[in-house]
Structure formats: structure tokens, C-alpha cells
Design a protein around this ligand. Structure first.
Ligand SMILES: [Zn+2]
Ligand SMILES: [Zn+2]
Length: 452
């Protein structure tokens, strides 16, 4: 038994204890995501209505910086150095230090695309601007980077509120110029891993135009390809179209080279290693009856493994020169093959151990039925740059479903139109629960990697 006085003291102590435990201590990422959603949807719609082209993300970067600051992060803006002189880089870095522990980075991109929006949404973009070539273009968040920024802000808020559940340093990377690539490289060039702590893990995410909202898609190992841009100049000896025997026709030669390149995938490559060699542009000649001096071609070359990449690039040159030799071109008129090193994007590799660990986390935080294993693609993503060469920093880039289930069902009916893809003028991700799912995905992943 205790006296009334003791009881009062006990009650007072209990009250003090209850009040000293912060209200957020009991919160889960799911609850925080729910609570933050209305404000994030407002931010999302605003970002969607005000898209900005790659390297021009001034307003979007300012919103991301402001929100990170408001959530308690130490923020640096205008981070990044492009190779092109005179171009401002709108990178945003937000850091929160919370004692000793691992450094984990989370990345969003900021940029939109030169697409005329045709979604009919009440918050659709009507923005037009001049592109770098001086042409008037429409601008749209057709890749959903506005979904990314909103999810990123939500994740930053959630981790700030859950500070008692993790230790270490979390770095939020707002990256410009993903669509044109170069943004990730510009941040690294400006000391992303020297001015700020180098992460032990890097996490990225991308909305997905084929996957159900509320679901996430995961790939282990290679998920996006090495992307090389290659210029090929095929020389010939020009002359009159009526006298081909007096010329060396670079157009016929180019046709032969293009056909011979098809044997790189079909005959020279191990079939278990995916590769793509696409000639996306070919230009030669001015008139019906003139055999021109040269033909220019532009290729995109996709591979996963580094050694496969080297072999494919070497084969492109070897075949072009071999065909030219067979056509009787002299040594000084061999085709010139130029691999644009400044435009190279390395393959994105989801570290298998980290992927396995996070899939376990996501089964808990999102529910087993909401995780789908998805196939890799030969698309490209400069998220890969953050892993550094040879994927030395473990990273995972996860797909966040963004399509209403009834739309998916509709698209599967016989004769139905396919779902609009990313970059389509009709791509309209469902903000809710896509953003909520993204926040829970990223927050639960960071919490596991940094848990106390
Ligand atoms: Zn895109
Ligand atoms: Zn994108």
C-alpha cells in the first residue's frame, strides 16, 4: 500500500515521463507518410505545374532546398560543376548528422522533359520555354521526377521525425540534369564525396509507368545498361550518280556496315550477355544524282558488363573498317569511329546482398504482396555514377509503381491500348498512394541500414 502523497508523486512522475517521450517516438514511417501526404500532394501538384528542363531546375531546386531546411537539414544549394563552362548547376545537398554510424545517401532527380502535356489533369503543365538550341518547347514532368521530389521531401521529413531510431549521417542528394545525363557527374566533380561524407550505401528510386501504385518493383544485379553514344563517319569518293564505277559510294558502304553490325549481337556475342546496337541517325548526300563524299551515323550501344562493352565498341570499329577495306577504300579513307566518352553512362547495378536485405525490409514495411521482382532493362540512369567505378559503393535503385490498378486491368483487355510509358505526353502517375509508398520504401530502407 502507499500513501496518497506517494500516489500523487507516482502519478506526477508518470506524467513527466509520458511528456518527456516525444510524440513521434511511437510513430511509424507509414503513419508519418499518412500525416505528411496532404502537404506533399500540394508540393507535388505545384512541381507538376511548374516543370523545368534539364540544367534549368532553379525553382524546383529552391523548393527542395527550402523543404530540407525546414525539416532540419543542413543544406547547400547550387552544388555541381558541369563540364560546359558558364552553366549553373542547381544541385541541392541536405545533411543530417545523428551521432556515429553509417553514411547513407538518398537521391532524387529534379528535371523535366520537352514534352507537351496531354493528360487533361487539372494541374497539367502549360509551361513553354526556349531550349538550349533556342527553339520554343513545351515542358512536362513526363518522367515523374516531381513524384520523386515529393517522395524525397517526405522521406527527409520522416527521418527527421524518427531521429531516435537511427544513428549516423543521412545525405539527401537533389540532382539536376538526369534526362540529359551529366547531373550526377557534375555533383561528384564538385566534391560530393569529399566536401560531404562518402556514403556506405546509396539509395535511389524511380516511378514506374507499368507497375501498380502501392507496389514496388525490384531487380537484383544489373538493372539499367551501360549507355554509349558513338559517332561514325563513313568516307567515300564522290561523283556522278550515273557513273558509280568512278566513285566509292559511302551510302552503299554504310548499308553494308549497318547489316554487318547486326552480327555483333547474333554471332560475336555470348547470347547470355544482353547487348543492343542501334543506328539512330544516318545522314548522307544532298541530291538524287550525286554520290556524296561521306555519310554520318549516330549509334546508341547498350551493354551490362565492362568487358562486353569493350568488345562491342571494338567490333563496331573493326567491322566498319573491314567493310571499307572490302569496298576498296584507301587507308586514308577508313571510317572514323568516335566513342563520346563525355556522354557515357555506366550500368546501374543493384548490389545483390543489399537488394536481398532491403527486400526483407520492404516485405515487412509494405507487405509481401506489394513487392514484385521485375526484369532489368537496357535503359540508362546516371544514378549509377554514385556507385563509382566497379560499383564499389553498394547501391539499389527501386521502382515505385505509379499506375491505378483499374488502368492496368483495362490495358490487359484484348485490343486495349498499351499504358502510356515514361516520357509519354499522357503519363499521369497517381500521386496517392505512389508518394506514400515511396516514402515508406525509402524511410524503412534507411532506418534498417542505420538502425540503433
Ligand atoms: Zn526520363
Ligand atoms: Zn526519370
Amino acid at each position: 500500500m502507499c500513501s496518497l502523497r506517494e500516489m500523487k508523486l507516482h502519478l506526477a512522475l508518470t506524467l513527466v515521463l509520458a511528456l518527456s517521450v516525444p510524440a513521434f517516438a511511437q510513430q511509424t514511417p507509414q503513419q508519418i507518410a499518412d500525416a505528411e501526404l496532404p502537404s506533399l500532394i500540394t508540393i507535388y501538384k505545384d512541381l507538376h505545374t511548374h516543370p523545368e528542363l534539364s540544367t534549368h531546375e532553379e525553382r524546383s531546386a529552391a523548393i527542395v532546398a527550402k523543404e530540407l531546411k525546414a525539416a532540419g537539414y543542413e543544406v547547400t544549394d547550387h552544388v555541381g560543376k558541369y563540364d560546359k563552362p558558364g552553366l549553373t548547376c542547381f544541385g541541392v545537398i541536405g545533411v543530417m548528422k545523428n551521432g556515429d554510424g553509417p553514411v547513407v545517401a538518398v537521391r532524387t532527380d529534379l528535371d523535366a522533359l520537352p514534352v507537351h502535356e496531354d493528360t487533361g489533369l487539372p494541374y497539367a503543365s502549360t509551361v513553354t520555354t526556349k531550349n538550349d538550341a533556342g527553339q520554343e518547347v513545351s515542358v512536362m514532368h513526363a518522367c515523374g521526377h516531381d513524384i520523386h521530389m515529393s517522395t524525397f521531401i517526405g522521406t527527409a521529413r520522416a527521418l527527421a521525425k524518427l531521429k531516435d531510431k537511427w544513428k549516423g549521417t543521412v545525405i539527401f542528394i537533389g540532382q539536376p540534369a538526369e534526362e540529359t545525363v551529366g547531373g550526377a557527374r557534375a555533383l561528384l566533380k564538385d566534391g560530393l564525396y569529399t566536401r560531404w561524407p562518402k556514403p556506405a550505401y546509396v539509395l535511389g528510386f524511380h516511378d514506374n509507368a507499368q507497375l501498380e501504385t502501392g507496389h514496388i518493383g525490384v531487380t537484383s544485379g544489373y538493372t539499367y545498361a551501360n549507355v554509349d553514344s558513338v559517332d561514325v563517319m563513313v568516307h567515300g569518293v564522290s561523283g556522278h550518280g550515273a557513273y558509280p564505277h568512278k566513285t566509292k559510294d559511302p551510302i552503299v558502304l554504310s548499308a553494308e556496315i549497318i547489316n554487318a553490325w547486326q552480327t555483333i549481337a547474333s554471332r560475336m556475342n555470348n547470347p547470355v550477355d544482353p547487348i543492343v546496337v542501334t543506328v539512330g541517325s544516318i545522314h548522307g548526300g544532298t541530291k538524287h544524282n550525286i554520290i556524296p563524299d561521306d555519310v554520318k551515323m549516330q549509334l546508341t550501344v547498350r551493354t551490362y558488363k565492362s568487358d562486353v562493352r569493350e568488345r562491342v565498341l571494338a567490333a563496331i570499329e573493326q567491322i566498319a573498317k573491314g567493310c571499307a577495306m572490302a569496298a576498296g577504300l584507301p587507308n586514308d579513307k577508313m571510317p572514323e569511329v568516335f566513342v563520346r566518352k563525355d556522354e557515357f553512362t555506366p550500368a546501374t547495378y543493384n548490389n545483390p546482398d543489399l537488394t536481398k536485405r532491403l527486400v526483407g525490409v520492404w516485405k515487412q514495411s509494405l507487405g509481401e504482396n506489394n513487392i514484385e521482382m521485375v526484369d532489368p532493362t537496357m535503359g540508362g540512369e546516371d544514378f549509377s555514377e554514385y556507385s563509382l567505378p566497379d560499383h564499389s559503393i553498394p547501391a539499389v535503385d527501386v521502382h515505385i509503381g505509379a499506375v491505378a490498378p483499374e488502368k492496368i486491368a483495362e490495358s490487359k483487355k484484348p485490343g486495349a491500348a498499351p499504358l502510356p510509358s515514361l516520357h509519354s505526353s499522357k503519363f499521369a502517375p497517381v500521386p496517392e498512394p505512389t508518394i506514400r509508398t515511396g516514402i515508406v520504401t525509402m524511410t524503412s530502407a534507411v532506418l534498417d541500414l542505420m538502425k540503433k
